[in-house]
Write a protein that binds this ligand. Sequence first.
Ligand SMILES: Nc1nc2c(ncn2[C@@H]2O[C@H](COP(=O)(O)OP(=O)(O)OP(=O)(O)O)[C@@H](O)[C@H]2O)c(=O)[nH]1
Length: 406
Amino acid sequence: MHSRHVLLVEDNPSVLRAVQRMLENEGYVPLCASSRREMLHILNDQSGEPLMACVLDYCLPDAPEGEALADLLQRQVPTIVLTARNDLATREQVLLQPVVDYIPKENPSAYEYTLRMLRRIEHNPGSRVLVVDDSSAIRGYLKQLLRRQLYEVVEAANGDAALAILSADSSIRLVLTDHDMPGMNGVRLCSEIRRFRKSEELAIIGISSSQDPSMSARFIKAGADDFLTKPFNHEEFFCRVTRNIEYVENLCALARAAREDMLTNLPNRRSFFERIQRQGQPYALAMLDIDHFKRINDNYGHDVGDQALCWLAELLRETFGQENTARFGGEEFVVVLPDAGDPWPLLEAFRQRVAAAVLATSHGELQLTLSIGVAANLPDVSQLLKKADAQLYQAKQAGRNRVCSA
Ligand SMILES: Nc1nc2c(ncn2[C@@H]2O[C@H](COP(=O)(O)OP(=O)(O)OP(=O)(O)O)[C@@H](O)[C@H]2O)c(=O)[nH]1
């Protein structure tokens, strides 16, 4: 897991304490300094965890003109500047430098926004953004802005290249597109993208310097979620990017929660039936059940029971693939075996692997066994499930830790 250490530099003791508590409540590890000297001491100490980010009060008693910012940027620490000085000159001077963002302490929302920015710094290294513009200079400019907030940036010089990239890469969460480009314009590109990528999985922000008052409406009607008029200021750019990325990520998380079991992240029962509908009737399937699982809970506690379930889920994922497994409920799992052939040897090998494994838990070592029921070559999935369940019952009756096959 990556570092959650956040350097917090603030000379006002009550603000320092309040922000420190806020960071701790979110699971961050704040390292506090109330002057540039103390900050440098922490930065020069190589013994600790690497820093995830810094929240910096711009004016410090021993660095009244923001000198501490240069120290942080020189060391490439992603820095959020939080300051009571929100005059235009300071704002512009700070935003010209590669800071994550500039947050004036105008009201209590500044602290909530700081937390949102920290979450972004944490998650952005895995968030991909596609920048579409025929000008390499503008692509470069947008890329360096996005890189400040650690986004992964992919570039396309025209609409066709953008469509090819999006078709091949479903992990892209945001597209920023210019309007006037040779070939396909930005509005047309939006509608082409929406043929295969819905708003729930990808946000689009149109960008244009056009004086046409209908431009933003044309973008939005073609499927864009937002619009920026060039030239825009950095703060507006970051606000819109953040809002759109958060929106898509929240929807993706909701969709995942509906599909996946919360504990193990395996597909749930509903997702299993959706898979069958999508991919058709499997050749065979197996139902697996941990033997005497209640005893594990009773003897070691529910958290160890949960660890055992997660461990087994990981092994199932590794052996059969995430898409071929599901947690049906409790300690019961289903494995789909799409290919014709005798499924018994595969499942017997899996059973033996589980029985031989020693699982390290927070309460010491643990071993467990599985009973498995298998059914194959039946006309529909409900019959397969019924038969596999009956075989599982047989395996339990016959003494557990075995595979019974119909
Ligand atoms: N820790 C944990 N326990 C769970 C979860 N879901 C169900 N259980 C427990 O799983 C246990 C299942 O017990 P039983 O159905 O009696 O089965 P068993 O003890 O495995 O016995 P056999 O299946 O007959 O070998 C119950 O104690 C449930 O409380 C979960 O998500 N986490």
